[in-house]
Ligand binder design. Sequence first.
Ligand SMILES: C[S@@+](CC[C@H](N)C(=O)[O-])C[C@H]1O[C@@H](n2cnc3c(N)ncnc32)[C@H](O)[C@@H]1O
Length: 318
Amino acid sequence: MTKEEILGRINRVRFWYHRIDLGNGICTAGSSGINRFDRYCFSEELRGKSVLDIGAWDGLESFKAEQFGATRVVATDVWQDAPVNKKYWEGIRNGDEGFRCVREILNSSVEQQNIDVFQISETKTGQFDVVFFLGVLYHLQHPLQALQIISRVCTEMLVLETAIIAPGELLAEESEQVPVMQLRGTSGWFPNRLCVEEMLKLADFKKFDYSSFKRVPTTARDAQFGVISRDTIARDYDLTEEAGMKLAAGTPVAVLNTELGDMEIAHPQARRLRIQWGRPDRQAWVDKNVVKISGKRPEALDKSKQTKTTRLILKAYK
Ligand SMILES: C[S@@+](CC[C@H](N)C(=O)[O-])C[C@H]1O[C@@H](n2cnc3c(N)ncnc32)[C@H](O)[C@@H]1O
């Protein structure tokens, strides 16, 4: 393909999540970092291995695994018919078009399967030396069950990346001594680090390597601030009326991102904003036009209550 053809092809994709280097100085337009794969610190671990990438989206990690010498890579996701939060996923992306586009441009052999993690089994997908489960656990309603299912198809190593509750974030620092999980609306569960480990043990993983963890910074997500301009209903991922919370005009809010990922809120395609107010865990979506951006942190939005996302990366071995 010529450079122009590649550009034409990637520009037709409605929404990019991953920023993938396609060579010739061309990258896809996602917000999820181009160098992110470095933090998994792979050198030769993937060479000659079979890899299953669960929740692959545009496939950054699947294509990287192939480049790092994996002999077989299967990328899975619920590109079509997301089992939960269907409206949310359909609102932002057009199925698997990003993944297919990259596969074609890279002339990649990565295989693709549209399958819910809860449907994965040895019969349906086969077994793999290595499983990637990156950025998916905390979206699920049954995280322990998902890890147990994964364990049955994983023969050597699971690479897990997830949002976690950081020590001292919601409970006292001692909470790290107790395995706990917090239900975050309909978006899934945030476990603490100990809980992740205990769940992995229940799923028959025996050894843990946290060496990549220190490479993931805690990120303060709220870059912009504003106030609600008229009484409105804030809704969580499923955007249903039932899940709505009333927000009064004048409520100070932090804006975390748009439905297009972390892209700027002025983006013409952004229709909804994910906001936080009152407490770190109080987050939901509102229409963009009910937030009056002030640019300055409102007095009432306590800085100590700033929302942070702490991520955990670990390699778990059978
Ligand atoms: C935050 S993205 C992570 C994408 C990629 N793994 C990464 O780390 O950059 C979460 C992905 O998980 C997928 N997902 C959510 N629920 C799923 C499920 N039940 N089974 C399989 N994939 C799921 C979503 O469709 C989405 O593509």
